[in-house]
Design a protein around this ligand. Sequence first.
Ligand SMILES: [Zn+2]
Length: 775
Amino acid sequence: MQTFSRRALMGAMTTVGLAAQTAAQAKATPAPLTTASYPLRQVRLKPSPFLTAIEANQRYLLSLESDRFLHNFRAGAGLDPKGKVYGGWEARGIAGHSLGHYLSALSLIYAQTGDVRFRERAAYILAELKTIQAKHGDGYAGGTTVTRDGKEVDGKVVFEEIRKGDIRTKGFDLNGGWVPVYTYHKVFAGALDAHLHAGLADGLSVAQGLGDYFGTIIEGLSDAQVQEILRAEHGGITESYAELYALTGAARWKSLAERLRHKAIVDALAEGRDDLAGKHANTQIPKIVGSARLYELTQNQADAKTALFFFETVTKDHSYAIGGNSEYEHFGKPKQLSARLGQQTCECCNSYNMLRLTRHLYGWSGDAAYFDYFERAHLNHIMAQQDPQTGMFIYFTPLMPSFRRVYSNPTEDFWCCVGSGMESHAKHGESIYWKRGNRTIVNLYYASTLDASEAKLDMDTAFPHGDTVTITVRKAPRELALRVPGWATAATVTVNGKAAGKRDGGYLILTGLKSGDRVDLKLPMPVRVEAIPDDPRLIAFVSGPLVLAADYGPDSQPFDSFDPVAVTDAATPTLTPAGGLHSYTLADQSRPKALMFKPFYAQRHNRSAVYIRHFGQAEWVVEEPKYLAAAEARSELQARTIDVIRLGEQQPETDHAFQGTANTQAISHISDPGRVVQKGYFEFDLATTPGPLVLQVSYSANDRNKDFRLLIDGQLLTSEKLEGPRGPGRNVKTYDLPLPLTRGKAKLRVRFEADKDQWAAVYEARLLRLKAGTA
Ligand SMILES: [Zn+2]
């Protein structure tokens, strides 16, 4: 039996903990692609949370109809649609991104499971896209739409405008179209994935057509004009051109990929500057994946530096314990995370893209430290994204204590994260097994088999819910490398019961294996404390690979207490085992009650908290009254409430006779649903009682300097600006209602109206008695 420790336990103060090793790499000149993953078709998952997720996703993907995703594509080409357009984002100008993700997901699931139904669907979509491209005659195929002269028209018009040098963007739109290049890229990437993962030759020809059409636009514009286009979110368009170059060797695609580098972002990163604060996070990550792919193909050092520095700074300075990043979809200042724990933390697309980036960078060096990040984000964020009962996905991963996860509707949402979720949960076997020369590497301990010509392995484990791994060798590779996770300081390994192997960096290397050998790995999973980078008293608990979270009870129940805290004079609170791996309690160290801690990812229908504030006994004596006062205020509010509407929720809106113009959309992808104030109006009834009344409205604290009016029964109550500094959470405002507005009425009609689009989120409106007990 051999005990080893790859490196010191990750420090208590690090979030993601790749720091020193990647900093050194950023200065080095990595050789591209020394290490590659085994193709998905050679990996099969065994019963595990990963296989369960794949199966749930299979059911969801099969429930969807390709013809509905293709509706706009056919209509735009002058062909009769064969299915009705889906709801949600599919009906809002951005149709097409879902088709692209769907095509990728079908191809990946086919590779992951061998189920031909998924390949057949991918082939059908490609055949349709070929027909659509032929009808356009220039390689174009797209589902976006845009408004021109008050009418919704095919989004190709935007591309033809920019071809002529008419380029207008405020960052997301392009000539009034909602991220058309982003959407175009998703279809492009889907076609490439169908070629790469499902072996469908049509995928390459569809991709070449798409590349050609957009290429002729870019080739006719100046560099300054191209950079102007790139100010609008454009997904991984660079990566797709780079991939097309990799597949065909045609220099034209390389040159297009290089011209599509967004210099305003990548140049600073290549120089090692973190200018990410305030930037939309997931707009940037795919650009960096493009840089990584270009480096692999051209050995351009600036591209490598861009990718390495970005990875280092995002994982070290912008990531939460679960491996995700962003609040309100944006990066903040480096290491400033403690005030950014809202309900809109950790957009799931971001980790989908960060894991793709990680695979590239790992491939250059084979450094096991990359898999400490990969494992963290995959287990604690991606696996938290899907409800395996329904196959539905979340958009944000709320880290604000007590907030619940909100899942997609199968046919009425189609957010970006539904698209990336379809892909993330189609390929859980993708990064388990890797190959470097004669070495077969196991980076993730997910129960599975590998069936390659030079290595056949059978891995049995309950990981991450078990701390032992057994690998039965069916055909022995020359070398077998087992990753020693950063958290596994006391890992041990045996071959046929005897200590074996030697250390090489983050791996234990076994040689001389033969068929039938049994390799046993033990990975003890101690609990450790990780503080958020800018506040040592705001802590998370991590058990081996899994981030734990306090269980606040089922999300069907309201949360009516104060944010739980840990109270102890010890340096850090201590968890006590509560039966089973990853199950702990803070017992009498927590307030207001004994808190149970369980893996965060699996608390899919619980209110939970990853971060807990730690107080000493004397501090708590000072702080407790404030916490109690906050809880008291909440219950007093309940007592004063006459009527309340939660906007964006179907039943409360129906109950309150809600009406509004079409663009005052419901926000349905976050814990707190809401409505946005846009040009037009929305209105609803609230019940009243006699006496002085107050209207309380909860806005997003992130929305400031807006311009709209509140009316009561057609009379102006106030012109609202929402002034003040932006922040997380809610901005709660109260408006005194003059007695003449309310006297003798059983209900009030409350109306929000604006002359121009404002995008101010309103979560809730509440009618209150002026103070408790007044009637
Ligand atoms: Zn997303």
